[in-house]
Design a protein around this ligand. Structure first.
Ligand code: SF4
Ligand code: SF4
Length: 387
């Protein structure tokens, strides 16, 4: 186990100073309008989850996957690059009080509500990867079912964090033309994965969403092919449905809707309501196959990000993730000092396994910034209460 050096409180002071310095440096390079746009953007406000901060590289997607919930969220089908420039995005993140810069700071997950490598969005995605790595150095992760080749691939490789984790989504080999009508074929995705692996990039197979009766039946073949293409890790994820997704999947006649409905913990309450179906049995079944084939099964995408960056995390019940040799050793005294730096008065701290409880004096303040900073830097679950 490694000790945190320098002490947590000093690191936080240094990181807060770095944020202020970088913010001023970048502000000097932006126009007043650009600064205003960046400050008003949701990247400047959003609270990251323990698994990191999603970075939107575009708005909308036209690959038309039938299981996609993005159209139900109100995003357009015609994609366009996200409006902020790379420098504005870095500014927005630095302006966000929850954001912790640096290689052990907030995990960044690119893509999320779009495919990052669409013709319309790939340049913006690469620009964001470049700027966030150059200015901030935070751990990067990206999920895709597209491919880049030639000069686009060269540009990508020159722009990324060398320890980036790239998730390549494959959920079917047989039915991709029906279920993912405009996405490149899974075999092309695997070739892309192989090229990335050959360039030293950490690539993970992203088997999400597991479509009952399709993904589980094809799992063995997909996993074997992934292994043959140099992939060593896999993340499994459940299907989320809305009424629209149920309709679209049902219309294909290849999905047994009764099987999907049986797995619903409840019916979606509105057109936008996403409900995750219960698939623990299928996940366990696929995980067993993956292990037998020699792939490491990771509990979630952030876990793949933590592993590829040589970090350690136990911020949720799925942990610990990452290299135990890099587990952060902490004392209650150290957390007390850190909480003080973050504005907590007379902190009282309880550290129990991977859970941290901080009590601050006074009742009026919201302590979520303090909780997010401590959670990010200790990689543990943090609760802050007042007394
Ligand atoms: S690529 Fe992703 S965002 Fe685009 S349609 Fe498919 S699931 Fe949705
Ligand atoms: S413990 Fe693992 S799954 Fe949980 S937040 Fe950390 S990296 Fe993610």
């Amino acid at each position: 186990m490694k000790a945190t050096t320098p002490r947590l409180a000093r690191r936080i002071e240094e990181l807060l100073k770095l944020k202020r310095t970088l913010l001023a440096r970048i502000e000097a390079k932006l126009s007043e309008k650009e600064v205003k746009e960046a400050r008003n953007d949701h990247h400047a406000r959003r609270k990251p989850r323990p698994c990191g901060m999603t970075i939107h590289t575009g708005i909308g997607c036209n690959l038309g996957c039938l299981y996609c919930y993005v159209p139900d969220m109100g995003f357009p089908l015609r994609p366009r690059p996200y409006p902020l420039t790379g420098l504005q995005l870095v500014y927005a993140l630095l302006y966000n009080p929850y954001f912790v810069p640096g290689p052990s700071g907030t995990l960044l997950a690119f893509g999320s509500v779009t495919e990052p490598f669409l013709a319309e969005t790939k340049d913006r995605a690469i620009e964001y990867l470049y700027y966030t790595y150059a200015y901030l150095g935070n751990p990067q992760q990206l999920s895709t079912k597209s491919i880049l080749q030639g000069s686009d691939l060269d540009k990508l490789l020159k722009s990324i964090d060398p320890k980036i984790n790239i998730l390549i989504t494959i959920v079917t080999l047989k039915y991709h033309r029906i279920l993912e009508p405009r996405a490149p074929s899974p075999l092309l995705r695997l070739d892309f994965a192989k090229k990335l692996v050959e360039h030293g990039v950490s690539v993970t197979l992203f088997m999400r969403p597991i479509i009952p009766g399709v993904t589980d039946r094809e799992a063995e073949e997909i996993l074997k092919k992934a292994k043959e293409h140099g992939i060593k890790t896999v993340v499994l994820g459940s299907l989320r449905v809305t009424p629209g997704i149920l309709r679209r999947l049902g219309a294909t006649r290849i999905i047994d809707l009764e099987e999907v409905s049986k797995r619903l913990p409840r019916r979606p309450r509105s057109n936008r309501d996403q409900v995750t179906i219960i698939e623990n049995d299928l996940k366990e079944y696929i995980a067993r196959k993956a292990r037998r084939i020699g792939l490491m099964v990771l509990p979630s995408s952030c876990s793949a990000n933590i592993w590829s960056h040589g970090l350690w995390c136990h911020a949720c019940k799925w942990g610990p993730c990452g290299d135990p040799a890099n587990a952060i050793r902490l004392s209650e005294e150290e957390i007390i000092e850190a909480a003080e730096v973050l504005g907590c008065s007379s902190p009282r701290v309880k550290l129990h396994n991977y859970r941290v409880l901080v009590r601050c004096r006074g009742s009026e303040r919201r302590w979520d910034v303090l909780a997010v900073w401590l959670e990010t830097l200790t990689r543990r679950e943090v609760r802050v209460l007042t007394y």
